[in-house]
Design a protein around this ligand. Structure first.
Ligand SMILES: [Zn+2]
Length: 305
C-alpha cells in the first residue's frame, strides 16, 4: 500500500500540469498534458486520464488551480477567460469529486502560486508577503499571519488590476490604466507592436514576439527600453502599493517573465527601497518552485480544505 497522496492540478490555457504530493511536501510523481479545447467536461476527462495513466491509485484528495474566478465554497467556476469553453457556473469541484470519489478544492491559480511559495518555496517561514506572477498577464496573492488571504470568490490579491496610469490603456477587465495593461507578455508585445517599426505587424506567437523584444532591449533600442521600463515600473508600483498598504516587507515574483527579465526584480527592489521609512527594509525574492508551483499550491490548499 503506497503512502496517501494529494493530486494537485494546474489548468492553464495551453497545458494541464499535475503533481502527486505527499503531506511532507515531497513530489512523488508529476506530468503535463495539453489542455483539451472541448470545454470544462473535456478538462475533467483529461484530469481523470492523467490519474489513470499515472497508475498510483486513488488520491486522498484533489486540489485544482484555474486561471479565473471560482467559488471556493461550492467549487463552481465563474469567469475563466483563457481556457476554451463556457466555464460560467460549471460544477468543476463537484464533477472532479464525483469522478474520483474524494473531496476536491478549487483555487485561483495566482493564489495557488502564493500558497506553494509560502508553504514550500521562496517565502517559507514568512508571515507576511506579496506574491506576483509575471507571465502572459499579472497575477497576485497576499499572505498575512502566515496564510494566503482567500474569500468566497477567491478574488484577493489582484495586483495586476491596480490602477497605475490615469486614463491609461484599456485592460481586459474593462478598467483603464491597470498594471496588466502595461506588464506581462501580452501587454508588452502589444505595446511594442504599437510603437516600433521593428516589431512584426502580424499577430504572432507571443513567445517569439517577447524574444524579439528581449533582443531589441539588449541592443539598446529606445522603443524596446520604453516598453520594458513602463512594464517593470507598473509591476513595481502595484507591488509597492500593496506592501505599503499592508505593512509587508517581502515580495516573491515568479512566472515566465520574472526569471528571464531581471529588470522586474531590480525595479521592484528600487521602488520598495524608496519606501523604507514606511515599511522598513524589504526583500524581493524569485520564486523557487518553477512551473509546478500552481499544482503544488492547489494540492496544499486541498489538504487544508
Ligand atoms: Zn484590469
Amino acid at each position: 500500500m503506497s503512502e496517501p497522496f494529494t493530486l494537485g492540478v494546474d489548468v492553464g490555457g495551453t497545458n494541464i500540469k499535475w503533481v502527486h504530493l505527499l503531506d511532507d511536501g515531497t513530489i512523488v510523481d508529476q506530468g503535463t498534458v495539453p489542455t483539451p479545447e472541448g470545454g470544462p467536461l473535456s478538462v475533467v476527462d483529461a484530469i481523470v486520464g492523467c490519474a489513470v495513466s499515472a497508475g498510483a491509485g486513488r488520491p486522498a484528495r484533489i486540489g485544482v488551480a484555474i486561471p479565473g474566478h471560482v467559488n471556493t465554497k461550492t467549487g463552481h467556476t465563474a469567469l475563466v477567460p483563457n481556457v476554451a469553453g463556457d466555464w460560467t457556473g460549471f460544477a468543476f469541484g463537484p464533477e472532479l469529486g464525483r469522478a474520483f470519489g474524494v473531496t476536491t478544492a478549487v483555487i485561483n491559480d495566482a493564489r495557488a502560486f502564493g500558497t506553494a511559495e509560502l508553504t514550500l518555496g521562496a517565502a517559507a517561514g514568512e508571515k507576511r508577503a506579496v506574491f506576483a506572477t509575471i507571465g502572459t498577464g499579472i497575477g497576485g496573492a497576499i499572505a498575512l499571519d502566515g496564510r494566503i488571504l482567500r474569500n468566497e470568490s477567491d478574488g484577493i490579491g489582484e495586483l495586476g488590476h491596480s490602477t497605475v496610469v490615469r486614463n491609461g490603456d484599456l485592460c481586459g477587465c474593462g478598467n483603464r490604466g491597470c498594471a496588466e495593461a502595461y506588464a506581462g507578455a501580452r501587454a508588452m508585445v502589444r505595446r511594442y507592436r504599437e510603437i516600433s517599426e521593428h516589431a512584426g505587424r502580424t499577430e504572432g506567437d507571443t513567445h517569439r514576439q517577447i524574444d524579439l523584444l528581449r533582443q531589441r532591449f539588449d541592443d539598446g533600442e529606445q522603443q524596446a527600453r520604453s516598453v520594458v521600463d513602463t512594464a517593470t515600473w507598473a509591476v513595481g508600483s502595484a507591488i509597492t502599493t500593496a506592501c505599503v498598504t499592508l505593512g509587508i516587507q517581502t515580495a516573491v515574483i515568479g512566472g515566465g517573465l520574472a526569471g528571464r527579465w531581471p529588470e522586474f526584480q531590480s525595479e521592484i527592489s528600487l521602488q520598495l527601497s524608496t519606501r523604507e521609512n514606511l515599511i522598513g527594509r524589504s526583500n524581493v525574492l524569485l520564486a523557487q518552485l518553477g512551473d509546478n508551483a500552481g499544482a503544488i499550491g492547489a494540492a496544499v490548499s486541498a489538504s487544508r480544505h
